[in-house]
Design a protein around this ligand. Structure first.
Ligand code: ADP
Ligand code: MG
Length: 357
């Protein structure tokens, strides 16, 4: 039984508009118990709305939501076995850390005698027991977010919802919290549903990621699948850096297509329905490309170095192809001939296994 199931869930805020603007557009998916599941997408794509519907703060315009197999339509937020952590910690400034965490227990009418132990255990989880008597204003941003987490965990929810919880933290602290919270989730075995616009954060923390744009889930897969096997142009462009070229299918035979892109013929394996004449997109990571200085190979993209950036471990080159498209190549500095001059002619190669169709 999935922890959460969305069946054709839609949300339209302004029902008078024609055509209706879907904030969430026919979303169907299942989230397994104990899974770390992330909604990833740009601002405005419907992540928060989706989370708020699962939490019960917002009701779907159509479709249904099941928690552990039960339809929760009409069930208010406090009756669901979920808890939410928001980007703004929303701690009570006049209450101590301990009382902030205990507050949720009082709301859920947990007997007073049990509260002390549960609060202490929740504070242990986030390694903040030493701060039990302090006020939120005496804590750093990262510590306040830990208290917000403890306050959500103290209720022992079966599903924890987290909406960009590290959004207000600086990069270094954010990275620490990502690893810490992922580790905590693994230990507790609670289902975490996480929302972020940060692809690196999603790749770091998730068991599976749903990539969203304009209310629609584009792809659901584990981090490796999302990064290495994007199935659509939006996902390919949103996750990491990707070079994309328009291509046309020349020929198809036995699961291999020959395509023409930027005046270059490439043979690629595919299961996709791509008859001759069909337009498609090929996508290649900057780190998957290699260059050669003198080559007339027709399986390579010919171009000139337009600009160069040094990024420590690597160099990034922008290459302007003869056909006009721009490509980025990422080269390890440890490679002996890694330095290219501006204006230099190069040929770019990509192994066919690293070309996404
Ligand atoms: P995200 O969290 O991915 O940034 P949201 O779920 O907040 O996106 O928003 C999705 C879309 O729904 C946006 O176009 C947003 O403007 C709209 N929206 C969100 N909340 C409301 C609301 N309360 N009233 C009207 N429109 C809303
Ligand atoms: Mg949001």
């Amino acid at each position: 039984r999935p922890a959460v199931e969305l069946v054709d869930v839609c949300k339209v805020f302004d029902t008078s508009a024609t055509p209706p603007a879907y904030a969430v557009d026919h979303l169907s998916l299942k989230i397994a118990s104990g899974e770390f599941f992330t909604f990833l997408g740009p601002s405005g794509c419907g992540k928060t709305t989706t989370l708020r519907m699962i939490a019960g703060f917002e009701s779907p315009t159509a479709g249904k939501i099941l928690l552990e197999g039960h339809d929760v339509s009409g069930l208010p937020a406090h009756m669901r076995n979920t808890n939410t952590v928001f980007q703004s910690y929303a701690l009570f400034p006049h209450l101590s850390v301990e009382d902030n965490v205990a507050f949720g227990l009082a709301v859920k009418r947990v007997p007073r005698s049990e509260r002390g132990d549960r609060v202490a255990a929740a504070l242990d989880l986030v390694r903040m027991r030493h701060a039990a008597g302090r006020k939120p204003s005496e804590l750093s941003g990262g510590q306040q977010q830990r208290i917000a987490l403890a306050r959500a965990l103290v209720n022992e929810p079966s599903v924890l919802l987290l909406d960009e919880p590290f959004g207000a933290l600086d990069l270094k602290l954010r990275r620490e919290m990502q690893i810490e919270v992922k580790e905590m989730q693994r230990r507790l075995g609670i289902t975490f549903i996480f929302v972020t616009h940060d692809q690196e954060e999603a790749l770091t923390m998730s068991d599976r990621i749903a990539v969203m744009s304009t209310g629609v889930v584009r792809q659901i897969d584990d981090p490796v699948g999302i990064y290495e096997r994007p199935t659509d142009r939006f996902t390919a462009g949103f996750i990491g850096d990707m070079n994309m070229l328009s291509a046309t299918v020349l020929e198809r035979q036995d699961g291999v297509v020959e395509v023409l892109a930027a005046d270059t013929r490439l043979k690629l394996k595919t299961n996709a329905e791509l008859p001759a004449g069909k337009d498609c997109t090929i996508a290649m990571r900057p780190e998957a490309l290699t260059f050669m200085r003198d080559s007339a190979d027709d399986a390579a993209f010919a171009g000139k170095v337009e600009s160069a950036v040094y990024v420590g471990t690597d160099r990034l080159y922008n290459i302007r192809l003869q056909t006009g498209e721009a490509m980025t190549v990422r080269v390890r500095n440890s490679r002996a001939d890694s330095v290219l001059r501006i204006g230099e002619k190069v040929s770019l190669f990509c192994p066919s296994s690293a070309i996404h169709l």
